[in-house]
Ligand binder design. Structure first.
Ligand code: PMP
Length: 429
């Protein structure tokens, strides 16, 4: 029995499902999760000494590759001065100024410790600011696990939201409407009926939690127009896309400015950090300037801020996003060509350093319903074949893939060759 299997068995005695975040358990692909000992550059190494080329990158943060020297040194240096103060520190100010400079719609920023905290707080702020209760999200978009967000629409978007997790009171969930991603016509109808009660729209501007689905032309612009018309707050959840699809996030790629933005992942360089921010007039409603309460003992933590500053300072260098985008395009083109060669139907998507692989005959996947109709069994087999080949893809057909700057030509070529062999096996049944 290898060490990962032993650890997984042991973990299940004291940690529910053996993991501290569900998707890590490999439940949707089957098999035993790989326990990681260390990570470096584009590679992760499991406890049995096997090396994998990693396309999860800690679910996004590792844009520069694992164990980046500048980030590691910044954290080590900050640790010399103590781990947490529970009081303001200079790095927070520097970090807020840098985020605001790189994402100009974030005139003011508040740091938190996770993406969930960021979206939960942004929604409370939108509700407090507008004095309205109802929020609107899109089917297939994930915004963390706060109560209001673990909600799926019932029979249609105009019905009241019902929770999709026990523990979320129905009374609470009824304030969450769910609409179809990329369907502006449906959204216009919802706003015509209930727009005056809608505090905010929250959206992943490029959806990354139903695989990777870019916004249709005009979709984000349409959200902006509806929010302007009805006085609702537009929240871009850029926890995944922030500093991933471009230096200025998806809002820079598509040229649409939200009122509030949430960030996470890359801004911590691997440390637990999230942030929400936006228009000064809205952000000033947060305590202590305003009445909307939000707080955190470890918020603005000096180690996390040091890591974040080092990460952002490295990725703002010229040429970073061109290189990342080029590498990602090369990978996707290679995988697609290998699939075509073996007659495996595959659709692909890419925005900057983020990509999606869909096992489908459709030309394009634009929403959650379509994503769920892809060939999940083919994905599962492909996932395990690639894992055996030493390629670490997300263990779910509904997750986006992430590249890092550390992935070399040789890593990409090895991945494409592994995909070619895996598709060959899939094709023979
Ligand atoms: N928003 C988005 C778009 C996410 O992808 C995630 C996590 N994958 C979250 C929010 C929640 O972030 P966290 O897991 O740090 O709480």
């Amino acid at each position: 029995m290898n060490k990962s299997v032993q650890l997984f068995e042991r973990a299940q005695n004291t940690i529910p499902g053996g993991v501290n975040s569900p998707v890590r358990a490999f439940k949707s692909v089957g098999g035993t999760p790989v326990f990681i000992e260390k990570a470096d550059g584009p590679y992760i190494f499991d406890v049995d000494g096997k090396r994998y080329i990693d396309y999860i990158g800690s679910w996004g943060p590792m844009l520069l590759g694992h164990n980046h020297p500048a980030i590691r040194q910044a954290v080590q240096q900050a640790a010399e001065n103590g781990l947490s103060f529970g009081a303001p520190c200079p790095a927070e100010v520097e970090m807020a100024e840098l985020v605001s400079q790189l994402v100009p719609s974030m005139e003011m920023v508040r740091f938190v410790s996770s993406g969930t905290e960021a979206t939960m707080s942004a929604i409370r702020l939108a509700r407090g600011y507008t004095g309205r209760n109802t929020i609107l999200k899109f089917e297939g978009c994930y915004h963390g696990h706060a109560d209001s967000l673990l909600v799926k629409a019932g029979s249609g978007a105009l019905t009241l939201g019902v929770p999709n997790s026990p523990g979320v009171p129905a009374d609470f969930a009824k304030y969450t409407l769910t609409a179809e991603f990329n369907n502006l016509t449906q959204l216009e109808a919802i706003f015509a009926e209930q727009g005056d009660d809608i505090a905010c729209i929250i959206v992943e501007p490029v959806a990354g939690n139903m695989n990777c689905i870019p916004p249709a032309p005009g979709f984000l612009e349409g959200l902006r127009a509806l929010c302007d018309q009805y006085g609702s707050v537009l929240i871009f959840d850029e926890v995944m896309t922030g500093f991933r699809v471009a230096l200025g996030g998806a809002q820079a790629v598509y040229g649409v400015q939200p009122d509030l933005t949430t960030l996470g992942k890359i801004i911590g360089g691997g440390m637990p950090v999230g942030a929400f921010g936006g228009k000064r007039a809205i952000m000033q409603h947060i305590a202590p300037t305003g009445p909307v309460y939000q707080a955190g003992t470890l918020s603005g933590n000096p180690l996390a801020m040091a890591a974040g500053l080092a990460a952002l300072n490295a990725i703002r260098q010229p040429g970073v996003y061109e290189a990342l985008t080029e590498k990602t395009s090369q990978l996707i083109a290679g995988i697609k060509a290998a699939a075509d060669k073996h007659g495996i139907p595959l659709a692909t998507t890419q925005v900057g350093g983020m990509f999606g692989l869909f096992f489908t005959k459709e030309q394009a996947i634009t929403n959650f319903a379509q994503a769920t109709q892809c060939d999940i069994e083919a994905f599962k087999r492909f996932f395990h074949l690639m894992l055996q080949e030493g390629i670490y893809l997300a263990p779910s057909a509904y997750e986006a893939g992430f590249l890092s700057l550390a992935h070399s030509e040789a890593d990409l070529a090895a991945t494409i060759a592994a995909a070619d062999r895996s598709f060959a096996q899939l094709a023979t049944g």
